[in-house]
Structures are given as structure tokens and as C-alpha cells.
Design a protein around this ligand. Sequence first.
Ligand SMILES: CC(C)(COP(=O)(O)OP(=O)(O)OC[C@H]1O[C@@H](n2cnc3c(N)ncnc32)[C@H](O)[C@@H]1OP(=O)(O)O)[C@@H](O)C(=O)NCCC(=O)NCCS
Length: 186
Amino acid sequence: MSFAPVTVQLTDGRRCTLRAAAEGDDAGLYALEQAIVDARDGVVKYPDELPPDLAAYAEKRANSGAAFALVAAQDDGELLGEASLVRLPFRMLRHVAVLGMGVHPRAQGRGLGRALLTHLLAWARDHRDPDGGRVLRVELYTRADNHRALALYHALGFRLEGTRRAFVLRDDGALVDDHMMALLFA
Ligand SMILES: CC(C)(COP(=O)(O)OP(=O)(O)OC[C@H]1O[C@@H](n2cnc3c(N)ncnc32)[C@H](O)[C@@H]1OP(=O)(O)O)[C@@H](O)C(=O)NCCC(=O)NCCS
């Protein structure tokens, strides 16, 4: 099932088109991820741990196995956000999808994350595989100090399933827990 593009308005008045990610989005997605990682908020990698160039990023993305991937594009084409689901490969686990998402630091806190995730979940919920299979469970991991992400996931129905204690080592030496959350469609 394909995704029909939609236009959404952020709380600051900016408009974005949500559409399925395409092959030509590599450069925009690489720039977006660099901006998010550079901001050092909610992430688990340092800027020097990103793929070193666009070709390496494109190769990694081509092998990511994302089944549903949405981007939020401004009118000038710049990508302000992305959200994607990767389905687990084994037949007994095909109904499980793992969420990853990010919004550009210049657009955070303005409703784009909520819009992206709402549309992504609706797309995945309605999808049927040729053999009738479907996504029934969406799971994610998030740092316990990522309050905005936690608020978003709770608001959209995700529930806490477990905590990986002392999972993230900050560069000031502090250890931070990491939460696993999931949403069931059934
Ligand atoms: C987490 C992230 C995806 C959320 O997207 P966003 O566009 O910034 O979030 P939204 O503006 O849609 O707000 C989402 C919710 O968080 C709430 N919120 C916003 N700022 C908040 C804050 N500082 N603390 C707590 N809650 C906050 C909002 O009220 C909103 O809830 P509501 O829609 O029920 O009112 C985005 O901030 C981001 O990419 N952060 C950096 C990378 C990251 O953390 N990725 C996710 C890793 S799991």
C-alpha cells in the first residue's frame, strides 16, 4: 500500500509535505541526521560516528530494510523530519516493526513529530502483505532523559515495557537508562 502525500502545518505556521521517502532523499536525509546528531539531544551517537560521506550513508540506508519510511519536506525541498519502521525478518516476527524517527532541531517542538508518527502508524496499521500478513506490534527504544520523545510516544498509545539500566554513557560520565516501549494494533 502506498502513502498518499499530505500537507501539515506546524505550530509556527510553517507547512510541510509528508510523503514516502524516495531514493533521491539520501542527501536530504544525511543532512537531517547530521543536524540531529550535531544537536546532541536524544541521540546515542557522536557526530564522528555517522557514515563519513554521502555514499557510505546511502549504502547503509539501502541496507536498512525500512518497510515504511516517511519524510517531511519543506516547499524548498529541505527535509525537516523522518520516521520509519523496520520489520523483523523471520516469519514468526514479521508482525513486529521497530520505529526510528527524528525531527530537525530547527523544527522540534512544533508538532511535526506527532504528525509524522500519527501518519506513519496509520499507514502501517492499514497495510496488508500479499499473504495477508500485517504489522501488529510497533516497538522502539528511547533514552530515559528524552522527555519530548517519551511524551510523544505516551500520547500516541505506546506503553513502557522495560528499561535497560545504565545503557547510555554520557560524556560527563553520567549513566542514563534507556526505555523500551511498544504499541499493539490488535
Ligand atoms: C523526539 C522528536 C522526534 C519529537 O518530535 P517533535 O516534533 O520535536 O515533537 P512534537 O512537537 O510533535 O511534540 C511531541 C509531544 O512532546 C511534547 N513536548 C514538546 N516539548 C517537550 C518537552 N521539552 N518536554 C516534554 N514534552 C514535550 C509536546 O507537548 C507533544 O505532545 P502533544 O502533541 O501531546 O502536545 C524530536 O524532538 C527529535 O527528533 N528529537 C531528537 C532526536 C530524537 O530524540 N529522536 C527520537 C529518538 S527515540
